[in-house]
Design a protein around this ligand. Sequence first.
Ligand SMILES: Cc1cc2nc3c(=O)[nH]c(=O)nc-3n(C[C@H](O)[C@H](O)[C@H](O)COP(=O)(O)OP(=O)(O)OC[C@H]3O[C@@H](n4cnc5c(N)ncnc54)[C@H](O)[C@@H]3O)c2cc1C
Length: 367
Amino acid sequence: MSNPQPTASPDDARSTRVAIVGAGPIGLELAVALRRCGIEFELFDAGSIGNTISWWAPQTRWFSSNERIAIAGVPLLTSDQTKATREQYLTYLRGVATQFEIRVHTHCPVVNITRDEQNSGQGSGRFAVTTKPGGRPTVWSAEAVVLAIGGTDFPKKLGIPGEDLPHVDGYLRETHRYFGRNVLIIGGRNSAIEAALRLHHAGANVSLSYRGSELPEDHIKYWLLPEIKGLLAAGRIADFTGTLPVQISSECVQLKSIDDGSIAEVKADDVLSLIGYEQDKTLMRTAGIELSESMQRPTYDENTMQTNVPGIYIAGTATAGTQSSKYKTFLENCHDHVDKIVAHLSGRHIDSAPLQYRDQIMTQPES
Ligand SMILES: Cc1cc2nc3c(=O)[nH]c(=O)nc-3n(C[C@H](O)[C@H](O)[C@H](O)COP(=O)(O)OP(=O)(O)OC[C@H]3O[C@@H](n4cnc5c(N)ncnc54)[C@H](O)[C@@H]3O)c2cc1C
């Protein structure tokens, strides 16, 4: 499959008007919008489409309603009307790409973005976008670049001895593998709480360490809270709120009390450190995008999504940088980025989000 619009640019087989970096939901939604406007593009992803969602644990459900995470106006339906699982959503993304004949360069990381001096004429700057499919550098020339690269590239580090041991993980895997094992979960927000509940029900012996003296209730989905509180109170999930992990060995983890500094040793065959994720800033830095001093967020114009580098745009959760405390930027409140970029590139207005939810999406994210 190809993205078969005519190319009006230099005499280079690898030339396009817009290079979209990231084939998550927002990158794909943008590709469909550009296709509808007849704007030529190429879409690259370091992994498969929906790469971020593909590392969620099997059968994880979205917190958002299906209407809010549907893209390009294509309904996302589930046979039992519940919120979509990771698997259903990845299937949906493949369906959207197929329906609109979007060619995605998968497993094709973009590793560098510079000015394309060779192909830039007077007053018309272009970019050289270097990709590395299979480790082979390949350069595309593009008039504009959109970074839809998300913000969850690496699990955050604990910064303690032992965290690189093989049984320490920043991702919840297939729950079956934890059956009958001692699992220590570090963290107290949604991912950690959901993992604790799922692994408890999957037959693991779960302990939960959280650094605050109480669970952060306003960071936990209201339907998870009563169950986790009940299981902790009953001692069915071992409660180590008010502790900080200080050292991990192959058999146990030392947890230090935030009250009196005393150390507890917790046996752990597996340690899940679910304390959030960090954005990889490398590409933004090489492209010359300014990052805000305090939060290291990319700088951009909220009306057009154009960054401080004219011709380079940013879209989706990538705009928020590394979200450190309560996440505020989600797929469900990023659909308008697509509209703004298309409007700026084409001079046309387009609505990408499902219409009946458009107003609510802007003001009240559900997640
Ligand atoms: C367990 C869990 C549950 C969640 N539930 C919800 C929810 O209910 N609702 C919600 O709105 N959000 C939820 N999120 C957040 C959700 O992941 C994002 O909202 C959504 O994926 C953002 O879409 P995006 O297109 O902006 O970025 P992403 O989906 O992160 O896509 C970015 C893409 O860019 C690619 N990429 C990055 N760097 C490069 C590069 N250099 N070259 C090429 N490709 C690159 C990545 O491989 C990835 O495919 C959840 C997250 C987690 C972890």
